[in-house]
Design a protein around this ligand. Sequence first.
Ligand SMILES: Cc1cc2nc3c(=O)[nH]c(=O)nc-3n(C[C@H](O)[C@H](O)[C@H](O)COP(=O)(O)OP(=O)(O)OC[C@H]3O[C@@H](n4cnc5c(N)ncnc54)[C@H](O)[C@@H]3O)c2cc1C
Length: 417
Amino acid sequence: MDLDEYRRAARSWLAENAPDTRAEGAPDAGGVAAAKEFMVKLYDAGYSGITWPREWGGQGLTQAEDRAFAAEAQDFVLPTYVFSIGLGMCGPTLVDLGTDEQRRRYIRPLLRGEEIWCQLFSEPGAGSDVAALQTRAVPTDGGWVVDGQKVWTSVAHHADLGLLLARTDVDVPKHKGLTMFIVDMHAPGVTVRPLRDMSGRAHFNEIFFDGVHIPAENVVGKVGDGWSCAVTTLLHERLSISSGVGMGGQKDNPAAFEALRAAYAGPGGATDPLVRDQLVELYVRSRALALFNQRLAQETKAGIFPGARGSAAKLLLAELTLFQADLATSLAGPEAVAYPGGGGGTGEVGGSAGARLANAIAMAPGMALGGGTNEIMRNIVGERVLNLPPEPRTDKNVPFKDLRTSGETSAGDGRLA
Ligand SMILES: Cc1cc2nc3c(=O)[nH]c(=O)nc-3n(C[C@H](O)[C@H](O)[C@H](O)COP(=O)(O)OP(=O)(O)OC[C@H]3O[C@@H](n4cnc5c(N)ncnc54)[C@H](O)[C@@H]3O)c2cc1C
């Protein structure tokens, strides 16, 4: 099938199958069941994992098909949010670093939406400095026993599996004693408590591990090599956040250029030259980021490692998101703070345009934190792209057990990719 035919087929499939939902984001259990049904259909039609290796369940196609599908999908609202961590971070990490057995077991169900994944890195004292984490994994018969706490874990309240970073050796410096594991989120000893954010909904959670058993075959990469595995995940995280993997199309964001243009610059609208200027700036910044992401994706496919430039893309998206939220707020006026049907303790966004816009504005600052803060992204770009002198890291060669408390001694080099 040539690319035009592929594109036409994708469009007609989407027109027939994409549900018309406006409550996407943090769905309730019913919403998740519907999202899972949609993912099975998406996979069976050949549109999930378009560029992923065929031998592990992907479609084995090229970036051209991927881009063609993504371009068509922009016009629809796809209920893929709960799969975004698996599709954007955990799955690509397993493709890169998993054993063949792990790839065979996990990739296909992930792409079909049969299993939802979460990423268990951050802790109360280890966010920017994630290598300071305290969750311990101790060897036992046939595997490991895990005790500790994670926090800000997106979609964990719906997750079946998680990619966990835990400390397996306290006698070596903090970056060297970590190991990555696949953890069953339904295992005895795992407690998931949703945390409500300022949008009124619960997107992320705190997680407690009390004597959780993990089988030996669930180690990802090598024991003690968790930091380099985490760097792989973080690289995928930044690329997937900036390119919007699993986050639905532009129609999903009522503060994005298209929605604001339609609402405020249609016939008779936006006569104010300042508003017009800001809309043009939003368009230019959105388009520049889309092209930058496209270039990174093409390079990745061609075997050119994007490295720290993924952090630049993530930083640009965070700044764009804040800019468009500010613009939307000034254009919408009182509507931007109206929350009819939003929150209310239900965890769902009301269906009105005002509620959706208010929710998008409330969620915008989170983009400057999740996946690494803007300050950390700037550190990475400064050190790894511009070759500026690195921050002093006094704890780099100190055994973890000799650090005063994790988090306190850090120079914040965690989440460096
Ligand atoms: C919406 C959202 C979803 C998330 N989802 C997940 C998830 O699924 N899984 C997961 O593991 N984590 C997740 N996180 C956590 C996220 O990765 C952390 O919040 C982030 O890394 C920052 O860590 P922290 O909150 O502990 O802040 P801290 O690290 O305590 O930072 C506090 C402030 O100090 C600044 N700072 C810290 N160190 C430096 C430095 N060296 N130089 C300059 N400034 C510095 C930071 O920029 C920030 O402004 C999520 C967060 C959000 C907001």
